[in-house]
Design a protein around this ligand. Structure first.
Ligand code: ADP
Ligand code: ASP
Ligand code: MG
Length: 405
């Protein structure tokens, strides 16, 4: 008898028929004698819709109330999934994140899991139930409802698989695995049979939303091997696991495009010690993640001044510019610009460590396409560039063709 964690994303539970499909699949595994823990997301579009309604009332709503609101999306789906299993005669019981013992810190909207005490989950499983847990949510020690960041149901599934010492962790979605690029943008993208945690982590962090990047980080840290596969067919998916020697032979594993970034530029910031530290301390204090940073060389012969740009997640843009505006009198820059029309294009592969020339080939491809590079950042296994959003997909296809055919 195996213990299996199966996670179904928003499109897999988008309507009652899809939920019935999920229930049928789960019932099949349960019928074979396996213990099944199901993690579900909100029905697709529901979380976005809740956010839209809140922002219609107030542009920057309280994060505590947002978590209270967003947690309802997953709560709807757990109950409907339990009902769908009951309709098939399968004993099933739904649980909120808190009921499943998921304890988080108190950072609303991007809480980190502190620990999981799945005592009640085990009890229900031992009584023969399928246990259905609400993804994306937890509770602080003080009993406040929290959420784990967008796409956070992946994290719930992987963290539960680790806490329950599950034999298998399956992430069911609307594509049948991880591809060399988003197959909806690059039709020639190929399905990967396996990918290393580090590559998946980079792709996920750089826009391949097939997995939430924090969930991959967690899987790597706790050694949770998982499979990404389709909820619509039985094709084998992609196994995500520790790097193996054979993976080094492939220079580029995948290409990703992140359209969810925005650029903040401070014009004419005094070029003197302490300014960057002040800016990024304030940004960090507001719990905002900064990705790329570029500071130009000084201009202005008299008082040296420079332009400072950095990128943040698009939904954090208003918060970031508000933080910067509050620093204006203290720092004394000229103005702050916000640019939402950027895309971050990246190539990723562990083989890059031992193969020089990847950056040159990427930049040459972009130049041939007439695409201007605004910012660059590199790590051992990835190269990212910021480009204009309206050139993003064209650039992605060209770079994919150059490296992956
Ligand atoms: P779910 O609702 O199941 O969590 P998501 O929409 O979050 O699903 O993720 C699945 C989507 O990720 C796919 O529909 C696909 O368009 C997108 N995607 C982006 N990059 C990739 C990639 N490299 N491989 C597969 N899918 C990708
Ligand atoms: N419902 C949440 C979201 O849309 C979490 C998830 O789907 O994983 O981000
Ligand atoms: Mg997702």
């Amino acid at each position: 008898m195996a213990l299996i964690v199966q996670k179904f994303g928003g499109s897999s539970v988008a309507n009652p028929d899809r939920i019935k499909n999920v229930a049928a699949r789960v019932a099949k595994y349960h019928g074979q004698g396996d213990q099944i823990v199901v993690v579900v997301s909100a029905m697709s579009g529901v979380t976005d819709n809740l956010i839209r309604m809140a922002r219609e009332i107030m542009p920057l709503p309280s994060e505590r109330e947002m978590d209270m609101l967003l947690a309802t999306g997953e709560q709807t789906t757990i109950a409907l999934t339990a009902i769908a299993l009951h309709a098939l005669g399968v004993p099933a019981c739904s649980m909120t994140g808190a009921q499943a013992g998921i304890v988080t810190d108190g950072v609303h909207s991007k809480a980190k899991i502190r620990n999981i005490t799945p005592k009640h989950v085990h009890q229900l499983l031992d009584e023969g139930n399928v246990v259905i847990v609400a993804g994306f949510q937890g509770q602080t020690m003080e009993g406040q409802i929290t959420t784990l960041g967008r796409g956070g149901s992946d994290l719930t599934a992987i963290a539960l698989a680790s806490a329950l010492k599950a034999d298998l962790c399956q992430i069911y979605t609307d594509v049948d695995g991880v591809y060399t690029a988003d197959p909806r943008i690059v039709p020639t993208a190929k399905k990967l049979s396996e990918i290393s945690y580090d590559e998946m982590l980079e792709l996920a962090g750089l826009g391949a939303k097939v997995m939430q990047s924090r969930s991959v980080e967690f899987a790597k840290k706790f050694g949770v091997i998982f499979e990404v596969r389709s909820s619509l067919n039985d094709n084998p998916g992609t196994i995500v696991k520790e790097e193996t020697l054979s993976m080094e032979g492939v220079v580029i594993r995948g290409v990703s495009l992140d359209k969810n970034q925005a650029k903040v530029t401070l014009i004419e910031v005094p070029d003197k010690p302490g300014v960057a530290s002040r800016v990024f301390k304030a940004i960090a204090d507001a719990n905002l993640n900064v990705d790329m940073i570029v500071q130009n060389i000084s201009h202005n012969a008299g008082v040296p001044a420079t332009d400072l740009s950095f990128t943040v997640d698009k939904p954090d843009l208003l918060k970031a510019t508000t933080v910067i505006e509050n620093l204006k009198s203290e720092i004394g820059y000229k103005e702050v610009l916000a640019d939402e029309k950027i895309g971050k294009l990246s190539v990723v592969g562990v083989g890059m460590r031992s193969h020089p020339g990847v950056a040159a080939k990427m930049f040459e491809t972009l130049s041939n396409e007439g695409v201007n590079i605004e910012m660059i950042s590199t790590s051992e296994i990835k190269i990212s560039v910021v480009i204009a959003l309206d050139k993003g997909e064209q650039a992605m296809k060209a770079v994919h063709a150059a490296f992956l055919g």
